[in-house]
Ligand binder design. Sequence first.
Ligand SMILES: [Cu+2]
Length: 437
Amino acid sequence: MMKNSTPSDRTNSKPWSILIAGMKAATVALSLAAGVVGLASSAQAHGERNQEPFLRMRTLHWYDLKWSASKLKVNDELVVTGRVRAFEDWPNNLPHPMSVFLSTAGPGSVMAKKESYVNEMPVLQSFGMVNGREYEFKLVLQARYPGRYHIHPSLLVNGAGPLAGPGSWVEVSGSVDDFVYPLKTLTGETIPNLATYGMGTVLAWQGLWGFIALAWMLWWLRRPLLMPRHLALLRGREDLLITKADKVVAGVIAVGTIALVYGGAHWAEKKYPMTLPLQGGRAVVDPLPEAARSVDVKVVRAVYDVPGRSMRMTLELKNNSDNVLTVGEFTTANLRFVNKANSAAMAAVPADYPSDIVPRSGLVVEGDKPLAPGETARVTLDATDAIWELERLSALITDPDNRFGGLLFLYDDKGTRHISPVYGAIVPHFTDANSHF
Ligand SMILES: [Cu+2]
C-alpha cells in the first residue's frame, strides 16, 4: 500500500504530467541532437572510412561522378551526377536494397537538397533497386553554410544504413545570413525563404509548452522534496502531500493543455486550410537498360598482401564482344585504380576528379595484352597502394566473410567502355605473397 502512493507514482497518475514530462524529454533530446550535429560539423568528417570493407566493396558501386563546382557562394547551386550499381554479390548479412532513399553525406545540413532524380524520375520518396542493375542519379543542392565540406551522394538503404559514394571537397564562401530559399506553393502562395518560414510560430509554441512545463516543475520543486515526503508517507500522512491548491493547479493545467491542443489544431487548420501530408509512398524507378555483358570475369585467385598493401587478383576474362578489349580500370569502395598504360582509361578520369580517391600507383596489368574477340585469357591485376591502409580497407582480412567485389572497366579501340562486375573470395597473405603468383 505504501509503495502505491510514493511521490513519483503520484505524479505518474496524472496523464498531463506524463505529457509534459514527455515533451520535456523530447526538448532535451532535440537539444542534445543539435549539440551532436554541431560537434560533427566542426570535425568535418562523417566516418566513411569506418564502414566495414564489405559495406564499401560489395553493396553499391558509384562511378562517373561529377560535381558541378568546387567553389561556391552561399545560395549557389551544386549539381552532383553519376551512376550507381547495386552489386550482384550483395552481402548475405545485409538486407537487399528494396527500399532506398537518395541523399547526400556531409557534415550536417550545410547544403539544402533542392532536387533529386534517379533515371530522370524525381525521387522525393524511397524507391527499390535491382541487384546487378545500374541507375543514373542527379542531386541539386544549394550552398547554405560557408565552410569547406566533403560532399558525397549517398543512398540510405533500409536495414543496411547509409552507403556513401565518392566525396569531393567543396568550398562555400559568403554569409549564412544571406541564405534564401524561395518557394511557390501549389496554392500559389510565395514563400520568400523556406529556411525561416513559420519560424516565429514554431518558437512561440515551443516557448509556450516550455513555459508550462517549467511552471509545473517549479510548482512542485519549491516545496520540501524527497526525504520530508518520504517521512510523511511513513507516518501515514499522505493527505499532507497534496494540497487543495495542487489539485486546482493540476486541474487548470489539464484543462488548459487540452484547450491549447484543441485550439492550436483549430487555429492551424484555419490558417493553412490546404495541406498535403508528407508522402510516405514509394516511387517506382526502372533500372537503366541492361548492356550486353561484353566480358565474363571469373576470379581465379585473389590475394590481399598485408605488408605490401596490395591487392592482386588473377582473373579469367572471356571476351564475348566483337571488339578488341583492354583492361582500363578497377573500381571498388569508391577508389579508382586506373591502368596508366591505357589512354582511354586515363582520359576517363576528369582533371578535377578528387585525386585522393584515385591511387597514384594505379592498376598494373601484368602482360597487358589486348583481348581479341572470343578470346579467353588469364590476366593478373595488381592494385598496390597505401590507400588500402588509409581507407581502412585492409580490415577486409578480419571480415568473417572474406570476399571482395568491384567493377572492371575495359575499353575497345574506339574508346568505348565495357563494364563487368568482379567478385570472389580473397585470401589475406601476411608474408611472401608474391610466391603464389
Ligand atoms: Cu567525406
